[in-house]
Design a protein. Structure first.
Length: 185
């Protein structure tokens, strides 16, 4: 695009002539565009670091002692756990993970600390276990479907597969009675 065409376009859009202070030379515009493109490309190579989960304070973690502390003292010292056990509430987990990635890749864990605190029925600390990145399992889902055991069914079999199965022998309910054995509505 020539300077004259840029002048005419500016005059048409803005309704006035550009002054000499508004004009940049074509080499300056190209250099500015090239510099902007290089800055954008360099920012894609900048490593990104992130921290997720519990912020570990080594002195506070080391102050928890089995047989001495209970649930309340652990809660006051370490705060709310990241995850609690689903059954019995016997274990508390504090998880901290540091990840690193480049601007265009998925984050990869660089370090992880998992602190597991187990309690007895009375609520006293019984054991404290620490685990690291070696306990992280890497899974790769297969496609967009979950494989199941049994026969493979297609779309139309799923859609129309139950036609005729209601009230059929072996489909449940008393023989000769539709509606699951009810005699009145």
């Amino acid at each position: 695009m020539t300077v004259e065409r840029i002048d005419r376009l500016y005059t048409r859009l803005c309704g006035r002539d550009p002054g000499p202070e508004m004009m940049m030379s074509v080499p300056t515009t190209r250099a500015l565009g090239l510099g902007l493109a290089m800055a954008l490309a360099a920012s894609a190579c900048t490593p990104l670091r992130s921290h997720q989960g519990y912020v570990v304070d080594v002195d506070l973690v080391n102050s928890i002692q089995p047989g001495v502390d209970n649930r309340q003292s652990v809660l006051q010292t370490l705060g709310t756990p990241t995850i609690t056990s689903q059954f019995n509430g016997g274990d508390w987990y504090y998880v901290a993970r540091d990840s690193r990635n480049l601007g265009y890749t998925l984050p990869q864990p660089s370090s992880q600390i998992t602190l597991q605190i187990s309690f007895d029925q009375a609520g006293n600390v019984t054991t404290i276990r620490r685990a690291g990145l070696d306990q992280v399992a890497d899974i790769s889902p297969y496609g967009k479907t979950t494989p199941t055991l049994g026969r493979q069914r297609g779309f139309f079999q799923d859609l129309f597969g139950n036609i005729g199965a209601v009230g059929a022998p072996g489909a449940g309910g008393a023989p000769g009675q539709g509606g699951g054995g009810r005699t009145r509505p």
